[in-house]
Design a protein around this ligand. Structure first.
Ligand SMILES: C[S@@+](CC[C@H](N)C(=O)[O-])C[C@H]1O[C@@H](n2cnc3c(N)ncnc32)[C@H](O)[C@@H]1O
Length: 232
């Protein structure tokens, strides 16, 4: 068999995550079965109709990679006049978030269990979001993995196009080298302007609750960086 005979592999995109096996607890499993119909979004082929999804017109906030969802649920509970959309690929995190949403009794939250890049590309309408939150994205510390970091020029373009006029991208990290990368990529972008930047010890976040990964970073002695990038 020559090289020419080897069937070409379909193009595999570089993803910002690897699917971890992560065991579901029995209550997370139950949540995925029983609560998903209330909070989960089943993606079709076309863009979502957000007014129909939330059954109203309201400012919309998207959180990418919400982890266990504690920050997302808290923000949704504190801001009942806005709608919250969360994207996460880690199933136990989605299960955990569903349970928190149920105990908070909120109705302004919907969850998507899929790659955020594909969701942004195909399902989030242009100009439909007031705010995008990206809290503690996977830092991919090894140099050979830097290409997996979600913050790249193409991602910024996707975000800018989905944000409404006056919308903003909020980012936080506890990883110094990722903070440098974020500063660099954003300073070269003509789509966003940094309107706030804070380096702190978990005590001065921009307007957000503390997250699970932030707590973990602080326990390891990391500093925290928070940014607000305004769409130009
Ligand atoms: C380091 S964790 C941070 C979780 C949470 N934001 C926090 O601060 O506790 C990053 C999360 O992003 C999720 N993630 C990474 N890339 C993603 C993508 N392309 N689409 C959806 N989720 C993604 C991972 O599954 C992981 O749960």
């Amino acid at each position: 068999m020559t090289n020419n005979d080897i069937p070409s592999r379909p193009h595999r995109p570089i993803r910002s995550f690897v699917r971890r096996a992560g065991r579901l607890t029995p209550s997370q499993q139950r949540a995925l079965q029983e609560l998903w119909p209330s909070y989960g979004v089943v993606l079709g082929r076309s863009a979502l109709d957000l007014d129909a999804l939330f059954n109203r017109t309201a400012p919309r906030v998207l959180e990418i990679g919400f982890g266990n969802g504690e920050t997302l649920v808290q923000q949704a509970a504190e801001n009942p006049d806005s709608d919250y959309l969360g994207i996460e690929v880690h199933e136990p995190g989605v299960g955990h978030c569903l349970l928190s949403a149920q105990s908070a009794g909120i109705t302004n939250l919907k969850l998507i269990a899929h790659d955020a890049i594909e969701v942004l590309e195909a399902h989030i309408p242009l100009g439909s979001l007031q705010r995008i939150n990206l809290y503690f994205p996977d830092p991919w510390p090894k140099k050979r993995h830097h290409k997996r970091r979600i913050i790249q020029p193409a991602f910024l373009k996707l975000c800018a196009d989905r944000l409404a006029e006056g919308g903003a991208l909020h980012v936080a990290t506890d990883w110094a080298n990722y903070a440098e990368h974020i500063d660099e990529v954003l300073s070269e972008s003509d789509l966003f302007r940094c309107s706030e930047r804070r380096e702190h010890d978990g005590d001065q976040p921009l307007d957000r609750p503390m997250t699970k990964f932030e707590r973990r970073g602080l326990r390891k002695g990391h500093r925290i960086w928070d940014w607000r990038f305004e769409k130009l």
